[in-house]
Design a protein around this ligand. Sequence first.
Ligand code: IPE
Ligand code: IPE
Ligand code: MG
Length: 240
Amino acid sequence: MNDVLKKDKLPRHIAMIMDGNGRWAEKHGKIRVKGHEAGVRTVDQMVSLCAEIGIEVLTLYAFSSENWQRPAKEVSALMRLLRHYLKREGERLLKEGIRLKAIGRLERLEAGVRQELEEACRKTAGGTNMTLNLAISYGGRDEICDAVQALCRKVQAGELECKAIDDKLLTAHLDTAGLPDPDIMVRTGGEYRISNFLLWQLAYTEFYFSDTLWPDFSKEELLKIISDFQQRERRFGRVL
Ligand code: IPE
Ligand code: IPE
Ligand code: MG
């Protein structure tokens, strides 16, 4: 299935905005929650494909800081799905050597979900095949503000000089500290925006926008995207 990919030009980090669940449900005459349920199957497929072909990090945008403003019923259904996913998949991630990580304002999550998440992250911490990074209660602006506050505290405490704050230091204070920047960002669902996702980290990422609704997104489509990525010339501002 993946014979078309060049092994020496694989992206290290793929980030995905999983959008279109609600519209998928509407299209099928179902309530929105059914779209989110169907979307979990696509998550499973993406995780297994990326682990199989040797991607180092897969970041999935599961719930934004703005998504808290959705109707309480939808928010609680999403939290329930997340909890079930962690319960169900924790073992599989462990078996497949996948380390689970979460970024975002996790303190806003209800205790049950948070415990399940912490437990799964702790259990899989030794996984070396791939990092599955879930962005939950995540907003890029929040993340940057938190990093700036952490740096300010160090300056106030006399541990750091303002002029020592540079790209590298700020990067090291983000939730994604230690992870490479995404090489590819995919947004499904036909919207051409980034909705507060990884604002700092996407500086030189290659973007792909797919009209496919997340529950219909397939391994084949991701393979096509990776194969296209391998043809792109990344210049990072230089002249090649
Ligand atoms: C993405 O699907 C899932 C989350 C944001 C949690 P949406 O729920 O945004 O689906 P659409 O965009 O309304 O179709
Ligand atoms: C972005 O999708 C957030 C996630 C996929 C988790 P949204 O559906 O919330 O984004 P907007 O509202 O269309 O920008
Ligand atoms: Mg949406």
